[in-house]
Design a protein around this ligand. Sequence first.
Ligand code: ADP
Ligand code: MG
Length: 565
Amino acid sequence: MSKIRKLSKNVFQKIAAGEVIERPSSVVKELVENSLDAGADDIRVELLKGGKGLIQITDNGCGMSREDARLCFESHATSKISREDDLQRISTLGFRGEALASISAVSRVMLKTSEEGGKKGTLLIREGGELLKEADIAFPRGTSLEVKDLFFNLPARKKFLRSERAELNRVIKYMTNAALSYPEVKFFLKHGSRKVFDYPAVKNLKERIFQVHGSTLLEGLVKVDFQDEELRLLGFTSRPPSARGDRRLQIFFVNNRPVRDNTLQAALNQAYRGLLEKGQFAAAFLFLEVPLTEVDVNVHPAKAEVRFRDNRSIFQFIYRSIGNAVMKELGVKEIYTEQKEGKEPAYRIQERKQPPFLYHKEESLVYSAKPFPVQEEEKAGPHVLGQYLNFYIIAADDKGIFIIDQHNAHERVLFEKYQQIDRGEKWPCKMALTPLLFEFSPSQVVSLEENRELLEETGFRVDSMGGTSYALKEYPDIFKESEAKAVFFSILEGVGLEKIEKKKHLILATMACKTAIKAGESLSLEKMAYLVEELFKTENSALCPHGRPIVLRITKQEIEKGLKR
Ligand code: ADP
Ligand code: MG
């Protein structure tokens, strides 16, 4: 008997759906792309339960006829390409004709659409790929799609969905990218009864960046507009020393399609070498225009990646464009020359000095050392010998030598101090002399609203000032004003994603991290001695609140063995 069987349509559609539709944000992405392809300039998305319960999207695009409405759920049904040739020059966001087939195979969908508006609309209800109802309705020109109970018939996939909050965050991330690439389109997002954002149509990218990220970010950006025969790069990028602590705001679009791409990212970061502090990254919103024949957009199931025909010249072009934009802004005339990936750039603004090394790397003292759990009886603590590279405190007692990470150590000390304060009645707080103003991203706003009570409990009180602006009115009185701001900002970044029971830990750990001595800071002997003493008094001097080791110890025996004494 043969072992090979053809899968039923029902099964293979579910398999195919899994490729395209991974989670609520993939549904939103496909549907928003359809609305944009339909020429809409007003797109509303409403979600329940992070999109796991319901995703509803309404647009004012071209709408569909009755016949098209029936067809659009078929696999490989599309109005966007028709011949093989067309694959070489795809100018729409969609082209595979698979999204609606996939979505409707794994959820309950209701489509309402009309080409002309008025009474001539169509209603279709489908469930798991089956048509349940078709009817005439009155509907304004455009399309609305309700997607309920995603993966109701695919429990294996449903299990992999994350918390409502995490799924919502992904939707926010996609929608903000879409909003950035289509400033002239109004985007609206609501979660449950809460409006997450509402960006009315604006004239250009600059105004959209302002709507999404506020004026502080915008002020730190310079415009990029560079063109050669074939390529064009448009957008905004950081004006040094403005920068950010991570790469999250490095956003690339190729022919207006948001993409992840290593070449683009490498070129951007290369252009900033020598211009930013270590650990700092440019923010960038970059739109690359490439001839349709020079780029393949059909390489990723969710169309999140593209492939360039000539990576090298794309790299060079981005590198040069950004370099020129930034240099011009900084008043440096040097023109960017050919640049190989990984090599130092031809220009240099500032030479960064390395602290003198006391030991050569290869003859490092710590080669055999392991993280060292500090035991009870040793709580008296060792005495400080000195500081190494402004990063580590070297201390010793008669049993061995300690290498202590100064930042992690201080973090641990502060963390336990904050825990102690937190066990008390209420965090003592003070009023800001003048309100400290912030501009928050949409996901920070959601995070703030969700965690307001917890934040107030730890001494942070914030008022909305309209739009993306908020004012910090009160903060814990152990902090300086500048610290309070940094602490609060980082708390918002992290706390939204944390499980309820871990939120407090995260808040206290963030406070500790932001107020602790930095790696790279030079310390006096007194300060170090005090820190070491405090560290060895803590309950857990082996690990910092984030779980990284604090102390390495080399025992006297190890030293003797190594030196063959
Ligand atoms: P693709 O976008 O790759 O063509 P989809 O499955 O996403 O495939 O959509 C199938 C077809 O349905 C589209 O080609 C388009 O003609 C039609 N369609 C889908 N969404 C909309 C919409 N919001 N407005 C108008 N037409 C739409
Ligand atoms: Mg589509």
